[in-house]
Design a protein. Structure first.
Length: 255
């Protein structure tokens, strides 16, 4: 962890520059400069289940996922984990360390094998001094996270568990799903407890909603994947039974 930068080939420079542009960090930086900046990145690889950083650790770097999925969680006073977000390729996390070098506010763990790039706070602040738009993109990412958190709080008091499960399936399917002839396949490594944490409910109630969706032909569980057969029906259920479609927002985690 924290090895010397291994971004040496021109092809990999371009791939990582594209990843950072899609993440927003280098979106408005000219290509030649973006390629040069990628050579200042460090790379890390994490095994499935490995902790990337822990709540309370010093916040001294920003990560961007190149491949794999990461979960962001909080631990409450009793030590119970509260899953807050699932992140994938091009998602950044740890942005808060740039503006507030205090302890981490959450824990980041690899769900699958993960490859990520990172840079430390001092280097990133140097980038921002030369290209202020990078700082603007990071602030936008933080704003998106706060907006999503507020929306989650509203959902907890304004919608039932089945609606929240339907919306979460659509969000995860839109972010990580693979189109197939019969529908959209969502491969996942989440436990039933983790899915329940994502929607702010207990495992029994979430499983009841999933069984109902299955019985109605909206989804089909298949091992560690779910085939979404009728996204329109899920969207209607996610909207409380109405006809409005659920509008997906990107997830970011500032940590």
């Amino acid at each position: 962890m924290g090895a010397a930068p291994d971004v040496t080939s021109g092809d990999e420079d371009r791939i990582l520059a594209q990843t950072l542009r899609r993440a927003g960090i280098l979106r408005h930086v000219e290509p030649a400069a973006a390629s040069a900046l990628t050579r200042q990145l460090y790379t890390d690889e994490f095994r499935s289940g490995e902790t990337i950083f822990t709540q309370g650790d010093p916040g001294d770097r920003v990560h961007v996922i190149v491949s794999g999925t990461v979960k962001i969680s909080l631990r409450g006073p009793g030590g119970r984990e509260n899953l807050r977000a699932i992140l994938g390729p091009t998602d950044a996390f740890g942005e808060l360390a740039v503006f507030d070098p205090g302890p981490r506010s959450c824990t980041a763990s690899a769900i699958t094998d993960v490859r990520a790039v990172w840079l430390d706070r001092a280097t990133l602040r140097t980038w921002i001094a030369r290209w202020p738009v990078i700082g603007e993109q990071l602030l936008q990412s933080l704003t998106q996270r706060l907006t999503h958190t507020e929306e989650q709080q509203v959902e907890l008091v304004s919608s039932d568990v089945a609606s929240r499960v339907a919306r979460q399936l659509l969000l995860l399917g839109g972010r990580f799903g693979t189109p197939e002839a019969d529908g959209l396949r969502l491969e996942h490594e989440l436990s039933q407890d983790e899915l329940a944490q994502l929607v702010g409910a207990d495992r029994v109630t979430v499983n009841k909603a999933l069984r109902t969706f299955t019985a109605r032909g909206w989804i089909r569980p298949d091992g560690k994947s779910v085939l979404i057969l009728d996204p329109d029906a899920l969207a209607r259920r996610g909207a409380g039974g109405g006809t409005g479609a659920y509008r997906r927002r990107p997830l970011r985690a500032s940590a």
